[in-house]
Ligand binder design. Sequence first.
Ligand code: FO1
Length: 306
Amino acid sequence: MLVALAGGVGAARMLRGLAAVVPPADITAVVNTGDDTVLHGLHISPDLDTVTYTLAGAINTETGWGLVDETWRAMEALERYGGITWFRLGDRDLATHLYRTQRLREGARLSDVVREVAAAWGVDVRLLPMSDDRVETRVTVEGEGELGFQEYFVGRRHSVPITAVRFAGVETARPAPGVLEAVAAAERVVICPSNPVVSIGPVLAVPGVEQAVAARREDVVAVSPIVAGSALKGPADRMLRELGHEATAVGVARLYAPLAATLVIDEADAALAGAVEAEGVRCVVAPAVMRDADAAAALARTVLDA
Ligand code: FO1
């Protein structure tokens, strides 16, 4: 059994690779919900949906989020009223948010809904939200104050400097049922190439999770989301720098050293292998950019062999 700590796009691709080389049912993904937001009264879980749609082969590959063959009639209709349209919800994607919101209102736990949605899409990887309790990633933007994560990420196109990140509600959040047990029982724990600050950070901040992962350090393999000093997708490089970290594979090694015995870095960073090992982390150099499904499967094999 394999456990993967997951954010959005990078994690979804890693999971698709892992599911190509081990039986999907042997994989448990613990997914960030700090990005979750409520708009139009609907509960939206972007990372859970990105992982689900990607594993189902239904992701919009151009954006990396949302569904393939999407239409936008509801958003167009909403524009007439001056409704909230800066965060685009496609017509087909809306069904997921309608269903999730209704089930939560009926008293279902988020982890129940995640299981139902994954089953409906034929996804055999076991998906767990990091918590059934609400945890909200909030970002302090220079000169503007604190914003919700999606206001920063989509509303400001993550192009404004930040000074702090916090996970509101995390102190009292409990790991979703099965999370700690899965980490304890896993043969291998993979930290996916997701944003260390706002994708993996919230998962580790749920009380008990970081300790559970650290207890498995010898079996934990992280994959660097930073290649040649840049994030593969999104603002991870800038966020790391703005928060005082080094935006290189070495900086990632420093962040994960207490948790992961091994870090996989891309061949483009081969010259950093010595500096990564100086952080106390075994370094594996391999192609780590998942350009397509074959590359993702090859990276998955590297992670399993590491
Ligand atoms: N990202 C955007 O840049 N613009 C959007 O309008 C947008 C809508 C959206 C709707 C559903 C969903 O699941 C994801 C969506 N995302 C959008 C992506 C999302 O903001 C990010 O992928 C994550 O939160 C960061 O991991």
